[in-house]
Unconditional design. Structure first.
Length: 81
C-alpha cells in the first residue's frame, strides 16, 4: 500500500516540479494516511505538509481529491488482508 500511495502522490505533482522532488512530503503524507481515516482530516494534513516544504498553498479541494484516492487505496488494502 505504501508504494502505491507514494506513486499516486508522485504523479499528483501539485507544483509541477517533476517527479523525485517530493520524497520527504510523500513520506509524511503516507505516515498520516496510516493515522487518519477522514478525507478532510487527511486533506488538511496534506495541505500543511506541502505548504511547509514549498511555502506555497494548495487549495483544500485539490487536497481533498487526492485524500479520497489515498483513502480508497487504504481501504482496498485493508479488505484484502
Amino acid at each position: 500500500m505504501n508504494r502505491k500511495a507514494a506513486r499516486i502522490l508522485e504523479e499528483w505533482d501539485p507544483f509541477t516540479v517533476g517527479e523525485g522532488r517530493y520524497d520527504m512530503e510523500i513520506v509524511d503524507v503516507v505516515a498520516q494516511l496510516h493515522l487518519l481515516d477522514h478525507p478532510s482530516d487527511l486533506a488538511k494534513q496534506i495541505q500543511k505538509i506541502y505548504e511547509f516544504s514549498f511555502g506555497k498553498w494548495i487549495p483544500l479541494e485539490k487536497c481533498v481529491d487526492i485524500s479520497y484516492k489515498l483513502l480508497g487505496l487504504k481501504y482496498e488494502a485493508k479488505s484484502i488482508i
